[in-house]
Design a protein around this ligand. Structure first.
Ligand code: AMP
Ligand code: ZN
Ligand code: ZN
Length: 324
């Protein structure tokens, strides 16, 4: 068992379980989405989404758009007001903001094929959106995510991410905030970078700006963690260069996954400190390829059993060449 110091939870790594007999076919890498409808995010169909909140363009042609989600999970400006309907029924308004970030015009573009400028521009756009979220009085935390492939929850093919501004700080983030304040050796992730660089075998790639590791405490196969070398709590406060380097690193991480595993479905999650967070924190990006289903044990206990040790995942990924 290995302790994930970010969540405080134990994970279990059992390489031998990958060899157990199964009556089911192994999970296919990706998984097409039925694409018969006109694409709401393609050029020419701008009218099918609400008016853009932010647009980047080059000589009058948009290159990226952030639009309000037509089916928002969080909307409105009311604060976090809790209503107790009875001893066990508690409600709060799901206020906040839910945006779709269409980061390319190209319907069939792939994240791992973005060029350096595009990769940098996506992160600059995120920095701008997060700065704006930070000004919204009812938004306490913003979560940027990217789902790729139906198995990972994507419902639209056109490349896009989502940015949600929440009226509360969710549990996963509270756990990480506590982890950073509990850690006594300086910054938990600066220390992780040092420790992983000195042994090397869980590092997929690294440069002066970003380190990509298969974390020691990986709970799922080929899980990756991307850590900027520049210590900063909030992405929107990071230097533009540091953010741009993260954009390229995300692209390359997905490139390695693609080269090693094929067009695998995955989720990507940005962790940046809650807007009014003081104290220690170090922003970072998680990548969770969707290769296994969480079953009864994982749901019942919250304990993950990972059948691919991160040392093996990192070695496999290092051996591949990215396409970019
Ligand atoms: P995903 O489900 O991760 O692929 O993200 C796609 C998001 O786009 C979903 O949250 C949808 O609610 C949202 N969406 C779908 N159609 C539209 C549209 N026409 N305009 C704005 N957002 C949309
Ligand atoms: Zn499209
Ligand atoms: Zn995290």
């Amino acid at each position: 068992m290995r302790l994930n110091p970010l969540t405080g939870r134990w994970v279990t790594i059992v390489a031998e379980r990958a060899k157990r007999p199964s009556d089911f076919a192994p999970r296919q890498a990706l998984v097409e989405i039925d694409d018969a409808r006109p694409c709401p995010f393609c050029p020419g169909n701008e009218e099918s989404a609400p008016p853009a909140l932010e647009t980047a363009d080059e000589s009058g042609t948009w290159t990226m758009r952030v639009v309000p989600n037509l089916y928002p999970a969080y909307a409105g400006t009311s604060g976090f007001v809790v209503h107790h309907l009875g001893p066990v029924h508690t409600l709060a308004e799901a206020s906040g903001i839910h945006e779709v970030f269409v980061y390319t015009r190209e319907h069939n573009a792939r994240l791992h094929q973005l060029d350096d400028d595009q990769a940098a521009a996506t992160m600059w756009m995120l920095q701008q959106r997060l700065s704006e979220h930070a000004e919204l009085p009812n938004v306490r935390y913003s979560q940027a995510i990217l789902n790729h492939g139906r198995e990972a929850g994507a419902s639209v093919v056109h490349p896009h991410a989502q940015i949600l501004g929440l009226p509360f700080v969710p549990g996963e983030m509270l756990d990480e905030e506590r982890a950073f304040s509990r850690f006594e050796g300086g910054c938990l992730l600066c220390t992780t970078v040092e420790a992983e660089a000195s042994v090397g075998h869980r590092v997929v790639f690294a440069d002066d700006d970003v380190v990509c590791v298969a974390p020691f405490w990986s709970g799922t196969p080929y899980e990756l963690l991307l850590i900027p070398q520049q210590h900063e709590s909030h992405l929107q406060r990071a230097s533009r260069d540091s953010a741009a380097a993260m954009g390229r690193a995300i692209r390359d991480a997905i490139g390695h996954l693609n080269a090693a595993l094929g067009d695998v479905a995955f989720n990507l999650g940005l962790h940046t400190a809650p807007h009014n967070h003081t104290g220690e924190y170090h922003w970072h990006v998680h990548v969770w390829p969707n290769l296994v289903t969480q079953a009864g044990f994982e749901r019942g206990t919250g304990v993950l059993i990972n059948v691919v040790p991160p040392e093996q995942a990192a070695a496999t990924l290092r051996a591949t060449r990215t396409l970019a």
